[in-house]
Design a binder for this molecule. Structure first.
Ligand code: AMP
Ligand code: MG
Length: 412
């Protein structure tokens, strides 16, 4: 039996995502935060409305509040008995009169309709009704937007500025969120120059650690620099055990293929780790490993930086969602169209960097594939708007053929 016959079959991407997420024990700890600190965090418990909204019936327009029964028809003249502005309280509409009213002002007692300013003319202390309103016109009725007890933010939701606005409108000033997952990132490889040090001959700079730290941080984690390690099984196994003891999830890059200089799997096993899956049918990114060590999830990403980046999006992003209590979203859930032919050999699913050239006649994004199929470089990725999927069975994508893609989040 040679080495390759002992190789496990490659796991398809969907199954690999399930294995990745199954390694995760969600963070249970909860933090009670002021609203301004909550965006990006995951809501730990449903937040329900303690009152119906709007709190009181108010005017939806600038105009005149009146009693509909006082109107004889178009051209009715009513004396203007005063003004009700937003923030007023305890106002009363005298019989047979109108009150000037502004948007958001509470409807005065006795009024049942508001006629918009543009449907009136005012002169000599009287208002003329130029367009007859319906009864109840231009009112925001108490409780009509949101009932008492409505769920304002659901458990598992990623808190966004619009949630902050809604909670603030409801008079809620704090929210329970899950603790940020603590994600440690480690690079492996004898060829990596020390951080900030000049590069010696044959060395390269470590791209993965800063990139994965940035990705983890952008995904809402506390991202911890786990340093670099040479390709040494003993030293690496000790480091892995130490890092796993203080993290919710440990990410490594490199050393997870099957070459003689790939110490990750033996080091992980020596440290007491259990491997749950290894080798995924995806390009780039085949050498990826999932496991657990002492109750902590561990994902070994490939060393090739593009593959590490793709592996993060495919497998680590849903792990982080699960850790923080959010429901993992499917990868590449948006439709687009290939702007030109994309060659592909059936076998592994291909993840390619794409740039959006605009929309086609049906409004779908037209996607240009970047990077000529070279998977080891970050250069085309840095110009990309997202990642697109070429299915494993595809014999090539024709111009105009639909593809699924994952647009990158634009911050700001
Ligand atoms: P490996 O998965 O360790 O076999 O590495 C695959 C390729 O990725 C090799 O060309 C490595 O030099 C390169 N590589 C590994 N780790 C890093 C890193 N942290 N930054 C940039 N390139 C890396
Ligand atoms: Mg290596």
């Amino acid at each position: 039996m040679n080495a390759s016959s002992a190789m496990p079959p490659m796991i398809d991407v969907t199954a690999a995502r399930e294995i990745a997420v199954a390694q995760i024990t969600p963070v249970r700890a909860v933090r009670d935060l002021p609203l301004h600190a909550a965006p990006g965090r995951i809501c730990a418990r449903d937040v329900t409305a303690t009152s119906a909204m709007p709190f009181f019936t108010n005017s939806a327009m600038d105009g005149f509040a009146l009693r509909h029964a006082d109107l004889a028809g178009t051209g009715t003249l009513l004396p203007v008995a005063g003004t009700v502005a937003a923030g007023a309280a305890g106002t009363f509409l005298p019989p047979g009169a109108a009150l000037r009213i502004f948007t958001g002002a509470p409807l005065p007692l006795g009024a049942d309709s508001v006629v918009a300013l543009e449907d009136t003319s005012e002169a000599g202390g009287r208002v003329r009704i130029d367009v007859m309103p319906d009864i109840g016109a231009n009112l925001r009725l108490a409780g009509s937007d949101q009932p008492l007890g409505a769920c304002l933010v659901a458990r598992g939701a990623r808190i966004a500025p619009q949630h902050v606005g809604l909670l603030a409108a409801n008079g809620i000033t704090r929210i329970a969120v899950t603790r940020r997952p603590r994600v440690v990132v480690l690079s492996t490889g004898d060829e990596l120059a020390a951080s900030g040090a000049p590069r010696a001959e044959g060395q390269i700079h470590d791209a993965n650690r800063p990139m994965l730290l940035a990705l983890a941080r952008a995904a809402g984690c506390e991202a911890v620099d786990g340093g670099t390690m040479p390709d040494d099984v003993d030293a690496l196994s000790q480091r892995l055990a130490g890092l796993c003891a203080s993290a919710d999830l440990v990410l490594s890059s490199g050393g997870v293929s099957m070459g003689g200089r790939d110490p990750l799997r033996p080091a992980f096993v020596r440290a007491g780790g259990e491997i749950a899956g290894w080798r995924v049918a995806v390009k780039p990114g085949k050498p990826v490993m999932f496991g657990r060590l002492g109750g902590t999830a561990f994902t070994g990403l490939p060393g090739n930086p593009m593959a590490a980046f793709v592996g993060f999006h495919l497998f680590v992003a849903p792990q982080i969602d699960r850790l923080s209590g959010a429901n993992p979203l499917p990868f590449a859930r948006w439709p687009g169209r290939a702007a030109s032919p994309w060659p592909h050999r059936p076998g592994r699913q291909d993840i390619v960097p794409v740039r959006c050239l605009g929309a086609d006649g049906t409004g779908l994004p037209l996607l240009e594939r970047l990077g000529k199929g070279v998977s080891a470089t970050l250069f085309p990725l840095a110009a990309a708007d997202g990642l697109a999927v070429i299915p494993a069975a595809s014999g090539g994508i024709a111009t105009g053929e639909p593809v699924d893609w994952h647009p990158f989040r634009r911050e700001g």
